[in-house]
Design a protein around this ligand. Sequence first.
Ligand SMILES: Nc1nc2c(ncn2[C@@H]2O[C@H](COP(=O)(O)OP(=O)(O)O)[C@@H](O)[C@H]2O)c(=O)[nH]1
Ligand SMILES: [Mg+2]
Length: 216
Amino acid sequence: MNPIYRKTHFITSANSLGSAPPDVGNEVAFAGRSNAGKSSAINVITAQKALARVSKTPGRTRLLNFFRIDEHKRLVDLPGYGYAAVPGVVQDTWRDFLEDYLLGRRSLRGVFLLMDIRHPLTDFDRHMIDWCARAGLPLHMALTKADKLSRGAALGVLREVGQTLERTALTRISTQIFSAPKRMGVEQAHQILDEWLEFQPTGIPSPSIPDSEHSV
Ligand SMILES: Nc1nc2c(ncn2[C@@H]2O[C@H](COP(=O)(O)OP(=O)(O)O)[C@@H](O)[C@H]2O)c(=O)[nH]1
Ligand SMILES: [Mg+2]
């Protein structure tokens, strides 16, 4: 693991694109249904105990939470969608905001879509897949809580999900199984992040963005 991930820290929450950090550098978003294990995955991936808050009450996080790895690289915890107790109007607002972000954020390099391995490919996951396809964004699908199934059963779900994704309009797609408590699949997740965030193989952060790219 590139040790720089340990330096990741929270910078801000945003409830609109306007209140998000400047749209420069490289960003990777973590998406998934409430309770899929996004926050737990972010904590394991950054080797920190409580960077992203793990919630016992699904649907609490309604904001985009931005975490900074270094000056030009960020992870984003997207609002957990699909919590039944949230009124329809609020769900619609979330959906619009998520769509704006996915289609409009220039620094977004790809989406990690986390799905509970026991409940893959819900309607919300399919929305997310459609948006990524429309935005031309690479999608990496992590099947979380793989510790809840036998290895054989987990690999079976992985294969089925892979076959379903082959029938979508996505061009850049990868899949893996993941478990936060067992630290399963962490290395694979890092490989994708390193590539999308453009870390050098040696772990040295990439050079600063030239000034010209900051000018308006
Ligand atoms: N067994 C198991 N439980 C997990 C895993 N990941 C998350 N959880 C649990 O699932 C619940 C929701 O996790 P959280 O990370 O808050 O999900 P989020 O709503 O998607 O951010 C918590 O009780 C976690 O402890 C995993 O890989 N295995
Ligand atoms: Mg969370």
